[in-house]
Design a protein around this ligand. Structure first.
Ligand code: FES
Ligand SMILES: [Fe+2]
Length: 383
């Protein structure tokens, strides 16, 4: 984050700390419970958010070298991402052109081709069919016209988006409007993937996101865990096109007050959450970043979801000596989110499913929730 932005945000935070308040919305908002329970809304979300829009799949550093690949099925489309020999990223449907078998699983490195496990057709890293056997069984089939189905992919500032629908196009200018330069300043390619954990919960996928969008529950729900670290009930919320930046201060931020402004290192004293629409959170955690991606689970139940948490420490600190440190870090993170936030969210979902109330209320002190759900409503209404 650029220094002038850090100083401007720190000044705003100190003003809020002095006033003992947070960024506020104009008014509170009634929010329909059906958003979390309605199967029709879930289907609209699948079509318009998880099929028609580019989704963040990973940080680039997870597939840094030629021959690195990664598969991803979370949005419902089996995606195969691979870096080719020239270092370019390709995204394909992870399905063989013969009879549709899945080509690759998990992730890996050092591959030069993908060989179908069913009958052995082989594809190069640009998706070209290079091994077709037996040839005489497929008269007239021209290898040069049987490429893997290509999916649009974009790589920007160390993040990778895929549009999970063939034939479309990603307009890169719409991915990070107003945040390009700020995200570039982190140089996310300096960070290495440590581990990704998937958490399946009986909650709507948006409840998983909601829990990150305000901090005034920290001194209640997280009193024993992270309350000693974060200053509850104070946060900055700024909107950039579809995306948002939310800044929550750590208690240590008061140290900056004794230091000259031009030395202020806001990033050491805050949690910065980039809410990258529609389902990804990129969280700067002082020295490293984490990525959360939330998805509806397979099936028709709006009350089931999968959250994926990935930790990316600086590449220079991703080594054997630091392994237990980063493992503890990830344990704390998933322990708090899964064991406290998502646990409580499961109770919320049960209450929603019981249909005892039609509306909940977002307070003026919850502008992140108000804006995020407003944007979701627009996205579903606009198509
Ligand atoms: S399905 Fe892939 S080779 Fe037959
Ligand atoms: Fe929380």
């Amino acid at each position: 984050m650029h220094r002038d932005t850090q100083v401007a945000l720190a000044r705003r935070l100190f003003a809020l700390i002095d006033a003992r308040r947070t960024d506020m919305s104009e008014t509170c908002v009634r929010h329909p419970v059906s958003v979390y329970t309605c199967a029709t809304i879930l289907q609209q979300e699948r079509d318009r958010l998880f099929s028609d829009r580019p989704l963040i799949i990973t940080a680039s550093s997870r597939i840094r070298e030629p021959g690195d690949y990664l598969t991803d099925d979370r949005c419902g489309v089996p995606i195969l991402l691979v870096r080719n020999r020239n270092g370019e990223l390709n995204a394909f449907a992870n399905t063989c052109r013969h009879r549709g078998a899945r080509l690759a699983n998990g992730c890996g490195s050092g591959v030069s081709s993908f060989v179908c496990p069913y009958h052995g057709w082989g594809y190069n890293l640009d998706g070209k069919l290079r091994v077709l056997s037996p040839r005489d069984a497929f008269p007239g089939l021209d290898c040069d016209h049987v490429d893997l189905v290509r999916l649009p992919v974009a790589e920007r500032h160390g993040l990778v988006w895929v549009l999970p629908r063939p034939g479309g196009k990603i307009d890169e200018d719409t991915l990070l409007p107003g945040l390009d330069s700020e995200l570039a300043s982190y140089d996310l390619t300096r960070f290495a993937h440590f581990e990704t954990r998937a958490i399946q919960k009986r909650i709507n996928w948006k409840l998983g996101i909601d829990t990150f969008l305000e901090s005034w529950h920290i001194d209640k729900l997280h009193r024993e865990s992270i309350n000693p670290i974060f200053m509850p009930g104070i946060g900055l919320v700024d909107t950039f096109g579809d995306n948002m930046r939310i800044v929550f201060p750590r208690r240590s931020i008061v140290e900056l007050r004794d230091q000259p402004e031009d030395t202020w290192d806001l990033l050491r004293h805050t949690l910065v959450i980039y809410v990258l629409f529609p389902n990804t959170l990129l969280n700067w955690q002082g020295r490293h970043f984490e990525m959360w991606r939330m998805f509806p689970a397979n099936g028709d139940d709006p009350g089931q979801s999968v959250a994926e948490a990935s930790l990316y420490p600086p590449a220079s600190l991703h080594n054997e000596q630091m392994k237990s440190y980063w493992t503890r870090n990830l344990d704390l993170l998933t322990g708090v989110v899964e064991g406290e936030d998502f646990k409580l969210a499961e109770d919320i979902q049960r209450g929603f499913d019981a249909r005892t109330q039609q509306y909940i209320t977002f307070g003026r002190n919850e502008p992140g929730l108000i804006r995020y759900h407003e944007r979701l409503r627009q996205a579903l209404a606009s198509c």
